[in-house]
Write a protein that binds this ligand. Structure first.
Ligand code: SAM
Length: 439
């Protein structure tokens, strides 16, 4: 049975019409990939235009912005561009690494000069410097020996760069290309081997992507310099957002985030190539060894994963409890996953409420889905949870989804993401919601 308040939430959602101004349909790709946004692939990034609009609508220069599921740093890049201080959390060390590189503008002259030197070193004869990667079974599973040798050569040449920011910049380009250089089926969001893949030249690929990143860095650097925002702080922290946030009560001016999805992306699996490659690099990737060597435990802490055991806790939403009850009779494991997801999100909403200033806003970009024929109303559940932890005055925006997903299709039987070729496909997230709530 649903209470009156819960019914009201459901009714509100049914009556929503998509708001064209939030769909950014006519925004060109060059705009969504501008600045440092296209440094590294990352699943389910949100488009920067949503973040920009929310920042302009709700904040002023100098305000503090939080993204508790920061991913590859879209919120931080936009905040820095507009002169807002920002902090993001993510449990994924690969996300942290990418986000840090993206918010670290580099003097273009210095960067170009290092690039020329790197280019010249890479034109010399390849030498294998270490056998570490060649002796690693999991790396051998993903890469052929010839490519590992080539990667090792490029990697060791990047490591010779003394300036930490510039070294990390090229390591980011290297990390982005690991997938192309491996046997990984490019369009797949599951770790799948592509038997027929032609592996491109590692050196050529690195140079090409670096050149594109260098252009983007110049754009970002010049813009920040002109606007006086080069020094605006943007902090990236490796943290589990189901735990206490490392922020004081009433400290944040605006929260912008798009939470993880339930049983869609296994972020840990998706980033295993970078984790594996850099796992032994104690200088630039301190502590990564524990993630790659203890991968099974590591991936259990991601919200929305199906690797997590059943956990106790409060869902904090009647709509949510109904959904997990309905799923239970159809698929107990799936019901456990969805219940874990709602419990985790409820913990995160509590913390969002605690750290936000009174009268300020939290903006959650979230989509609904369907699993085993049951509607998983993430947005309605989040609305109910947020109201219960103390948020008020909800403004709910429905928007048409453009180009956010790697694959916009789901299998109608399993509910999992699938390819366009699957005859049982169904559009996954045609619409999503922006929930704007006040504290
Ligand atoms: C939808 S993505 C966010 C993408 C981001 N908006 C962007 O543009 O890059 C959700 C993020 O939540 C992170 N995540 C999953 N579980 C988490 C947890 N327990 N604590 C913090 N972050 C978590 C994932 O690693 C992923 O980066």
């Amino acid at each position: 049975m649903l209470t009156l308040d819960t019914r009201k939430i459901m009714k509100t959602f049914v009556s929503l019409k998509p708001e064209a101004v939030w769909s950014f349909k006519n925004v060109a790709r060059s705009e969504t990939t501008a600045l440092t946004h296209s440094y590294h692939r990352y699943p389910a990034k949100f488009i920067p235009n949503i973040v920009e609009k929310l920042l302009n609508d709700f904040t002023k220069k100098g305000d503090l912005i939080l993204d508790p599921f920061g991913g590859c740093g879209t919120t931080l890049v936009e905040s820095k561009r507009l002169g807002r201080r920002s902090v993001c959390f993510d449990i994924n060390p690969v996300a942290k690494f990418i986000a840090e590189v993206k918010v670290t503008p580099i003097n273009p002259t210095k960067l170009n000069s290092e690039f020329e030197k790197l280019q010249s070193r890479l034109s010399k004869k390849k030498k294998v410097v270490s056998n570490y990667h060649l002796n690693n079974d999991r790396i051998l599973y993903w890469f052929d020996k010839k490519t590992i040798k080539e990667l090792d050569f490029v990697y060791s040449e990047i490591k010779k760069i003394k300036n930490k920011d510039i070294r990390k910049f090229f390591l980011c380009a290297f990390s982005h290309n690991l997938k192309n250089s491996s046997r990984w089926l490019m369009k797949s969001i599951k770790p799948t081997i592509d038997k027929d893949k032609n592996i491109p030249s590692v050196v050529k690929n690195l140079l090409k992507h670096s050149r594109s990143m260098i252009k983007k860095n110049t754009q970002f650097y010049s813009l920040l310099k002109t606007e006086g925002n080069l020094k605006t702080s943007a902090k990236v922290l490796l943290r589990d957002s189901t735990k206490k946030f490392s922020l004081k009560n009433n400290e944040v001016d605006l929260i912008i985030t798009s939470p993880p999805y339930v049983t869609s992306y296994e972020y840990a699996d998706l980033h295993q190539l970078s984790l594996l490659w850099f796992g032994n690099d104690k200088k630039d990737f301190k502590g990564w060894y524990k993630f790659s060597s203890n991968f099974t435990d590591f991936r259990k802490n991601f919200i929305g994963t199906s690797y997590k055991n059943k956990q106790k806790g409060e869902i904090g939403s009647q709509i949510g409890s109904n959904i997990t009850d309905n799923l239970y009779s159809l698929d107990k494991a799936l019901s456990k996953d969805v219940s874990n997801y709602f419990i985790d999100m409820n913990l995160a909403f509590r913390e969002m409420h605690r750290v936000l200033k009174k009268g300020k806003h939290a903006c959650i970009v979230i989509g609904n889905t369907e699993l085993r024929g049951v509607a998983i109303l993430n947005a309605e559940v989040a609305t109910e949870q947020m109201l219960k932890v103390g948020f008020k005055n909800p403004r709910i925006i429905k928007r048409e989804v453009g180009n956010k997903m790697i694959t916009p299709w789901r299998d109608t039987n399993t509910g999992k993401f699938t390819s366009m070729r699957n005859p049982n496909k169904k559009h996954a997230y045609e619409y999503e919601y922006v929930l704007i709530m006040e504290k």
